[in-house]
Write a protein that binds this ligand. Structure first.
Ligand code: BTN
Length: 246
């Protein structure tokens, strides 16, 4: 598969997200910065991202749109297509390693009920368009023991029993993300890989803290999670408005 990215490895940095975000004009589209150790790795919801030194892939990719060079213009209303494309690309990569994964909305990658990969997408805007996006990916590769505060982690090694060379895997993985140098439309694949789609499970509605049984029925084009309750009522949730009870 084509690989059009250029990869820079750092021994140690606070966060690969910040390396790219602080240097957007000087990095080309599809630049990748990876680190063996992040001393202040950032996760979603203001959380830290913990990853054992040299054990996993922790890297960020810069995407440029429109006049900034790179991909065609992307309106803000289409920003969820980035989540869809990258999540599906990671699932494709894992499938190539014999690992069957699903996407926990909006962009965690799960194997059964355990998280193998997290993603942080930080966009810069120019008017009503996205000018650039820094996509940070933490994929658990060789780590087998995790800090107790992580609720349900897993890794490629735990699942397959194999050890992986991080540099090699990063080249292979990035080849799955932008086949032919385009940001592919993966909306249908995204929905078909959605964790818990069509099944009733428990969730917390963060607006009032109530726990309810709901069935995920889909995700809107702008990325809202659609959940039907036992009464057949459909409600749409934005990120941070619903918690999965796992
Ligand atoms: C999450 O699931 O909470 C998102 C985790 C994102 C972690 C990656 S690791 C590489 C990049 N640099 C960071 O500081 N965070 C992202």
């Amino acid at each position: 598969m084509d690989n059009l990215v250029s990869i820079q490895w750092l021994e140690e940095t606070e966060s690969t997200q910040d390396v790219l975000r602080n240097g957007i004009p000087s990095y080309d589209n599809l630049s990748v910065v990876a680190a063996r150790l992040q001393t202040a790795g950032r996760g979603q919801r203001g959380n830290r991202w913990f990853s054992g030194k040299g054990e996993n892939l922790t890297f960020s990719i810069l995407l440029k749109f429109g006049n900034s060079g790179g991909f065609p213009s992307l309106p803000v209303s289409g920003q969820f297509s980035i989540s869809e494309a990258i999540s599906c690309g990671i699932c494709d990569y894992l499938a190539s390693k014999g690992i069957d994964s699903h996407i926990k909305w909006p962009n965690d990658i799960y194997v059964r009920n355990r998280k193998i990969c997290g993603m942080l997408i930080e966009n810069s805007l120019a008017g009503s368009n996205i000018s650039s996006s820094v996509v940070g990916i933490g994929l658990n590769v060789n780590q087998r023991v995790f800090p107790p505060q992580l609720v349900n982690p897993t890794s490629m090694s735990l699942l397959t029993g194999n050890e992986y060379l991080l540099e090699e895997e990063l080249i292979i993985l990035t080849g799955f993300l932008f086949p032919g140098g385009i940001l592919p439309d993966r909306r249908d694949d995204y929905l078909s890989r959605l964790y818990r789609i069509g099944e009733f499970h428990e969730y917390t509605d963060c607006s009032d803290g109530s726990v309810f049984e709901g069935k995920i029925t889909g995700v809107t084009k702008d990325g809202l999670l659609q959940v039907e309750n036992r009464k057949g009522e459909l409600k749409e949730f934005a990120f941070k408005e619903i918690n999965y009870i796992i």
